[in-house]
Design a protein around this ligand. Structure first.
Ligand SMILES: [Zn+2]
Length: 385
């Protein structure tokens, strides 16, 4: 299912290939977020044009609305969304926590209340596997217990044990390609326990969860440095919910293969465009007469057809097209970033590539707070994505 193609000689970066029923994902790869079966503001055709190879949807939210039967009748998520390529589905534990729907966790699973009608539900590992299989997802994520940042070691340890038990039940469901999610908070020994336990059960790939949920970036990278070496070389590693261009490159250098994040789409809706020379706030007055595209030479439809001045105008008068065009550009930029990383890895030049991107304008840590919020940020003001 996963083939490691090349390891960069100077860093831990890898180029690989993930094979699924709906085609190939070349790694490192970035997946746009389609939590409720839609990438915010774009059609599936527009997402395809950005050259995204895979998207990720949320099984639990789709189970609640429109319901598994409705998606199944439409030919699974692929038919429902008219998306021909790869679909990952997240189990949903993380969303429950993030949206404040969480009601309790037990040996059996997670209890939560529906945001749509307040009804109560119990999500078990077996139900989670069944839902993802019926949605027709290509890669299903195991149900995990993801406690918030700041959870003490004892409670985080219980979450690790629960995640392992659920992973075993999830695996027993034997439904297609399954990834497990390593938890353990910021505790080195718990991350180790979690990774070892899941690797012993044996999965097709491993997510690293419970990061980018409010901890300082230095802590996140320390945990990554400690966790990645515990995962098998021959399996894909997926860092969930990260992040900015700078963070993606740093994580690739540590050996991460797959990412998803609302970063490019959410920031697009806050007027921020990502380019090779850094981030532009396109709502600023200085762009009001700027006839250049967002980025010269960019292959995206926004840059081929529209000027910064026009997009600036749309943003200022709050025409939805403005956000759509910036979203198209940002997702294209993130795909180009991954393409650049892959090419660099194949010629053993990842370190130089990373340095060039940072020097180009991505060398500064994203500021805390508005508008650079990431998927999973506890202060995110748009919890729907
Ligand atoms: Zn563009």
């Amino acid at each position: 299912m996963f083939r490691l193609i090349h390891r960069d000689k100077k860093t831990g970066a890898r180029a690989g290939r993930l094979y699924t029923r709906h085609g190939i994902v070349d790694t490192p790869a970035f997946m746009p977020v389609a939590t409720k079966a839609g990438v915010k503001t774009l059609s599936s055709e527009e997402v395809l044009e950005t050259k995204a190879q895979a998207i990720i949807a949320n099984a639990l939210l789709l189970y609640l609305k429109p319901g598994v039967e409705a998606v199944e009748e439409a030919g699974g998520l692929h038919g429902f969304m008219h998306w021909p390529r790869v679909i990952f589905t997240d189990s949903g534990g993380f969303q429950v926590l993030r949206k404040g729907l969480f009601q309790g966790v037990s040996k059996r699973g997670i209890t939560f209340r529906s945001p749509f009608d307040e009804s109560r539900h119990l999500f078990t590992p077996a139900l989670c596997a069944e839902v993802q299989a019926r949605l027709g997802s290509d890669v299903a994520m195991a149900l995990d217990d993801c406690p918030p940042y700041g959870t003490g070691q004892e409670a985080a340890g219980k979450a690790v044990a629960r995640t392992a038990r659920w992973a075993e039940e999830f695996k027993a469901s034997d439904r297609g390609e399954l990834f497990a999610i390593v938890q353990g908070g910021v505790y080195r020994d718990l991350r180790e326990e979690s990774a070892r336990g899941l690797v012993e059960i044996g999965f097709d790939g491993y997510g690293i969860g419970g990061l980018s949920i409010g901890e300082p970036k230095a802590v996140m990278f320390r945990v990554l440095e400690e966790t990645v070496p515990l995962l098998p070389e021959g399996k894909p590693r997926y860092l969930m919910g990260v992040g900015s261009p700078r963070e993606l490159l740093r994580a690739i250098a540590l050996g991460i293969d797959i990412f998803d994040s609302a970063f490019p789409t959410r920031n697009a809706r806050h007027n921020a465009a990502y380019t090779w020379s850094g981030r532009l706030n396109l709502s600023k007055g200085r762009y009001s007469r700027d006839r250049q595209p967002i980025e010269r030479g960019c292959r995206c439809g926004a840059c081929r057809n529209y000027s910064r001045a026009y997009i600036n105008h749309l943003l200022k008068v709050q025409e939805g097209l403005g956000m759509r065009l910036v979203t198209i550009h940002n997702l294209t930029f993130f795909q180009e970033l991954m393409e650049g990383a892959r090419e660099a890895i194949l010629r053993d030049g990842f370190r130089e590539f990373e340095l060039a991107v940072l020097e180009g304008g991505h060398g500064v840590e994203p500021q805390d707070g508005h508008p650079q919020k990431e998927e999973g940020g506890p202060q995110g003001e748009e919890p729907d994505e």
